[in-house]
Design a protein around this ligand. Sequence first.
Ligand SMILES: CC(C)(COP(=O)(O)OP(=O)(O)OC[C@H]1O[C@@H](n2cnc3c(N)ncnc32)[C@H](O)[C@@H]1OP(=O)(O)O)[C@@H](O)C(=O)NCCC(=O)NCCS
Length: 176
Amino acid sequence: MRERHVTLLDGEKVFIRPLTAADAALYPDFLAEVTANDLRLRFFAPMRQVSPDLIDKLIHYDPDKAMAFIAVAEATGRMLGVVRLHDDTDGKTAEFAILLRTRLKGHGLGWLMMKHMIANAKDKGLEIIRGQVLTENTTMLQMCQELGFHVSDDPLERGVKVVALPLAEVPAEAMA
Ligand SMILES: CC(C)(COP(=O)(O)OP(=O)(O)OC[C@H]1O[C@@H](n2cnc3c(N)ncnc32)[C@H](O)[C@@H]1OP(=O)(O)O)[C@@H](O)C(=O)NCCC(=O)NCCS
């Protein structure tokens, strides 16, 4: 469950597994192929590049309070994407974020990584997964809706939607 071999819509074979500290070495090559616009959609702020300090923070998460999964190309070992989920202090709700290598967008990897993260969250006993998505990010909003997330306006931030998935509404077979 923590690891999974998948095949993308174009036939590319990908291994999804927990992110480890050693994966810091894969980040520069990955981020070199993520556009500034995709970084903005992920971090909500203009960002020309991700600083080594931020990479260090992203890599060193507390496994009791967070989970993160990396997707690597089986043929080359290159990093293709990352999804993460950080528990809120209540221990019931957790917040996700996802980022893919830009050329991989639209190949089905985002969907597979979201499903992997949701299945692991359900396994952990979390109750609700939520996230913030920019209103302009229609691909992400549509994907969230198809995955069963409820979408609403963020009451605190203009131009931002809140997506929330009560895990009790997700049938176990939907995660296969
Ligand atoms: C948003 C993001 C994660 C989406 O991932 P993606 O790999 O491009 O999306 P996918 O190809 O998996 O899915 C998108 C489409 O396929 C559908 N889809 C993919 N696999 C599917 C499957 N197995 N079954 C049903 N539907 C599927 C999705 O619903 C959607 O439909 P569409 O192509 O007809 O529009 C990715 O584009 C990204 O990293 N963007 C930049 C950063 C970002 O926006 N992060 C989110 C911040 S909240």
